[in-house]
Ligand binder design. Sequence first.
Ligand SMILES: [Fe+2]
Ligand SMILES: [Fe+2]
Length: 286
Amino acid sequence: MNKNVSDSSPLKDLDALDEERKQRYETQADEPRKFRDYETTEKAGVREFYRINHQYQTLEFVLNKKNEYLPPSHETMGVWEAMETLNTLVDDSDPDTSLTQIDHLLQTAEAIRADGHPDWFVLTGLIHDLGKLLCLKGEPQWAVVGDTFPVGCRYSPAIVYHEFFAANPDSLNPQYQTECGIYKQHCGLDKVHFSWGHDEYLYQVVKNYLPEEALAIIRYHSCYPIHKEHAYAHLMNEKDEKVFAWVRAFQPYDLYSKSEEAPNTEALTDYYQNLIARYFPTQIAW
Ligand SMILES: [Fe+2]
Ligand SMILES: [Fe+2]
């Protein structure tokens, strides 16, 4: 469905990752189980996605991407405009899904709002995936989406498709394969480099505008090894432990808010544009 990613991409459908995650974590869902019984080919796509992701997400790769994209300064764009731009990622010709990227963002935000959560949390739901704009900047999917994990230290067995790290050159570097690797125990996740993707990129784009709980959600929402599997506690500090309560509170809204029905974007536009304006200037750097 993703027309911006070349045919050589190991994963054509971004939704396949969400489906795979739902299946992986379905035991914790207290919502009705409506998981798509997805095709063998899609499973193969997810597997191939992680094979490439785990092979190429080295510490050096991450540092190079940070060098390339940070601080964000390639262009300026408003947050709503970024949502509309991200929407071009979806190919409407795909019969399997009628939900766009904007639909997912609005559904997530609306589900958070319906539960009476604070404004900043609703706004976080609205924008949490805008880092996927990296796809439109030419990045392959394996460097944008998927579960994230710390690099420069031993890979936790809690990381999905852990076996594929055998092909990552970092796994042959003894310095990177101790429990803490290049980091100090309880140094804080702020000092830890994660595999490159939409989480870290968006965090860097919005870090001056949102409270720290919101920033933690944005920065770590794809790090399932930590927020679901409780791995890497030895790298976390007290502040991390505190804000991860919010990362965990967010996760069901991201995975389980998808409903068949597309939200009424037109009816919600004013409310969300006002919400954005309360936290962000009209233009920010991407
Ligand atoms: Fe995401
Ligand atoms: Fe999401």
